[in-house]
Ligand binder design. Structure first.
Ligand code: AMP
Ligand code: GLY
Length: 423
């Protein structure tokens, strides 16, 4: 089996390592990959958004499976392009990827099918949005309709902040066309849970739950980032809540997409908030989360390749997806200053990894035989152990052995989860 993976972050590195546990995998190509992924796959400098370049590569190399992981190529129709060439893909086609690509679409879907989510209003005219924001209760949440590098949702505390958000999104178009429409959403409170699931369009099988740490600084302070660390499982997500989510959210969403003529095949990510009135959807992603994947896939006991093929072929069953009983923690090492200004180009030294340890490289390049930092999030130190508290300790111990000049990490990944466990 030869596999093509599209993307180049820590998530893709985790996907590639998990796929390679299957001994029938002979070759993995990654576009564009990165200097760390090069250890595990042959990387070529084709951007994940360059659909022509990807199609040309796939036509030449004819992979047996293509795994498209990032949101942009999925929403641009990368899977459609590759399937047209006869290349089987793991990932939703463009019509299904809209569940992440348009928050207006997903909100209307949830309303139409009675899937629990925050109340919201949709605006395409900034003046109408402002008029509404003069009278609405605060805090409230303003979201750009389209993709915005994970920065399209802002919580605002008063009209002034709201007006600044509308100005940025709708008038200055800081996210381009993504801000042509916005949602103004009811502010919800409660623990957040990420649940990634495999689905073949009919059957949906949730993976082990996880918890992201989106803010840059300890104590969930500072700016929103792509994610500074994760733990799995998420202790707030009890078996009772999982049952409710299956009945009120997961199955209804997959059914709704089917009824809309947009069957979703691939990894469907449910961003949930466990409110006093029950679990509600905060967002859908049409792909694996980053850095959730880095803790979820190391806990997968089953073969990822067979699951991905079953998702593509409509043959997924619950029995195909089994997880180990332990826990995992990922501590992200970022460049100091991320998510704003930061310097890169510092040499990274990596230790040997032991049993239950992995290092997934997110932003690095190779130069003169050295591995150099090349991004905001540089890598994730991941550990698996029999319980959460051991996994957290082990991931931090691993992170201490990794060095580059301006490395920054949070020191409290897993703290909230351990508190929820009562530890
Ligand atoms: P999103 O881009 O939709 O995932 O939102 C980013 C983050 O904003 C989420 O992880 C939540 O922490 C927060 N958020 C989004 N929507 C809401 C909401 N309706 N109420 C409270 N917080 C929210
Ligand atoms: N970690 C959140 C995401 O991948 O969108």
């Amino acid at each position: 089996m030869n596999i093509l993976v599209i993307g180049g972050g820590g998530r893709e590195h985790a996907v590639i390592k998990a796929l390679k546990r299957n001994t029938s995998v002979e070759k993995v190509w990654c576009l564009p990959g990165n200097g760390g992924i090069e250890e595990d796959a042959e990387c070529f400098p084709v951007k994940a958004t360059d659909l022509d370049g990807i199609a040309a590569f796939a036509a030449e190399h004819r992979p047996d499976l293509a795994v498209v992981t990032p949101d942009d190529p999925l929403c641009l129709g990368c899977v459609d392009r590759l399937e047209e060439l006869g290349i089987p893909c793991f990932g939703p086609d463009k019509r299904a990827a809209v569940i992440e690509g348009s928050k207006v679409f997903s909100k209307q879907l949830m309303k139409k099918y009675g899937i629990p989510t925050a109340e919201s209003e949709i605006f395409s005219d900034p003046q109408e949005a402002l008029a509404y924001l003069k009278t609405c209760p605060y805090p409230t949440v303003i979201k750009a309709d389209g993709l915005a590098l994970g920065k399209g949702a802002v919580i605002v505390n008063d009209f002034e902040e709201a007006a600044a958000a509308i100005d940025g999104m709708m008038i200055k178009r800081m996210f381009g066309e993504s801000g042509a429409r916005v949602l103004v959403e009811e502010y919800l409170t409660g623990p957040e849970v990420s649940v990634l699931s495999f689905t073949d369009g009919n059957t949906v099988v949730p993976m082990v739950s996880s918890m992201d740490h989106k803010r840059a600084l300890d104590g969930d302070k500072g700016l929103n980032t792509g994610g500074m660390g994760t733990v799995a499982p998420n202790p707030c997500y009890t078996p009772e809540i999982a049952d409710i989510c299956m009945k009120t959210i997961f199955l209804p969403t997959v059914e709704a997409m089917k009824k809309e003529g947009r069957p979703f095949r691939g990894c469907l990510y449910f961003g949930l908030m466990l409110t006093e009135k029950g679990p509600k959807v905060i967002e859908y992603n049409c792909r694996f989360g980053d850095p959730e994947t880095q803790v979820v896939l190391p806990l997968l006991r089953s073969d990822l390749l067979s699951i991905m093929q079953a998702c593509r072929n409509g043959t997924l069953t619950k029995e195909m997806v089994e997880f180990y009983g332990g826990a995992a923690c990922c501590v992200v090492l970022a460049s100091k200053g991320y998510p704003q200004k930061y310097e890169t180009g510092f040499e990274i030294t990596l230790p040997e990894t032991g049993e239950g340890e992995s290092i997934y490289i997110a932003g690095a390049k190779r130069s003169g035989g050295k591995l150099l930092s090349a991004g905001g999030r540089v890598l994730g130190a991941v550990a698996v152990a029999e319980d959460l508290s051991s996994a957290v300790k082990k991931a931090y111990a691993l992170s201490e052995k990794i060095s580059f000049a301006n490395a920054y990490k949070r020191s409290d990944i897993g703290k909230r989860a351990l508190a929820a466990e009562g530890k």
